[in-house]
Design a binder for this molecule. Sequence first.
Ligand code: AKG
Ligand code: FE2
Length: 331
Amino acid sequence: MATMEDHVARWFDVQSVPLSHTFPPENRPGKLPFPTCSAIPIINLSNPERLDTIQKIIEAGRNFGFFQVINHGVSESVSTEALNVLKELFNMQDEEISRDAHKNGWAHMGSTSYAIDGIHLWRDNIKHLCHPLEKCVQHWPQMPTRYREVMATYVQEMRRLSFRILEIISEGLGLEKGYFEEISQVQFLSGSNYPACPDPSVTLGVLKHFDHSLITILFQGNVEGLQVLHDDKWIGVGVVPNAFVVNIGTQLEIMSNGKLRSAEHRAVTNSEEDRLSIATFINPSPNCIIEPAKVLINESNPPLYDSFLYNDFIVSSKAFGPLTELVQTKD
Ligand SMILES: O=C(O)CCC(=O)C(=O)O
Ligand SMILES: [Fe+2]
């Protein structure tokens, strides 16, 4: 058991939000809490009516860019253990984490990385590649000792679930079986810890952004904080026990020729409790040409997007900023 003497102050052990974490008014989330939205669809993946599931997922992708899945076949212990081991990791000292990150080549962003003009996000974050697992796992955190084993199980389950959902989407769009699988050989993980914050109205856990993936699956435990921009309003994604939040990435929006939409989202903090989340992204391979699927294009449905090489987009748009090499091109 840790005693008071063991306690070393961390960047978030403060009574008020320091200027270094106070966003300018235009970036602040403003008055909280936000209404959580019961409109974001909750989809039962064990529904025996497959056509019904397909229709609901396509509709959710078109209207919100977000949905939640339940009865997905991933055992609750897999995701809660993953959150637990992430919590253990972030309970370690910053220097210990950074040393390991530096040695093994994963990214650790804590109170030292800027979100905008010298202002920090209210979070600690880890990022690493996940596929192919045998090549990646040796670069993952060494501590906590069970991190590799627990996360390996988690990311494999997420990969399986991602492709299950992508298969449903591909069927719904009328694409050939396996359309997405062969072009999306990149998977990476982003784990975040958003400590309880003395004033959530001036901070953000994550700035508003699109995911430049095909699909993202997020586990947010039982603490809310994710918000989605819908009809120009921020809405909170409510906690549904043992559910995963799924969102359509910009690359899937393009491949679907706009039949599915990617939505901007962000994470806010709260003053009561720490929030942890794990996002896993399925990305196109860097050498993949991104364009609307040919079968969706005809005279009455012209392509709404130009084609491009995924890697060119990532490099020119700085989609992953300084992490580009880590999350996209290293194997
Ligand atoms: O933690 C969250 O709720 C959101 C994280 C997120 O959007 C991301 O990592 O891309
Ligand atoms: Fe995101």
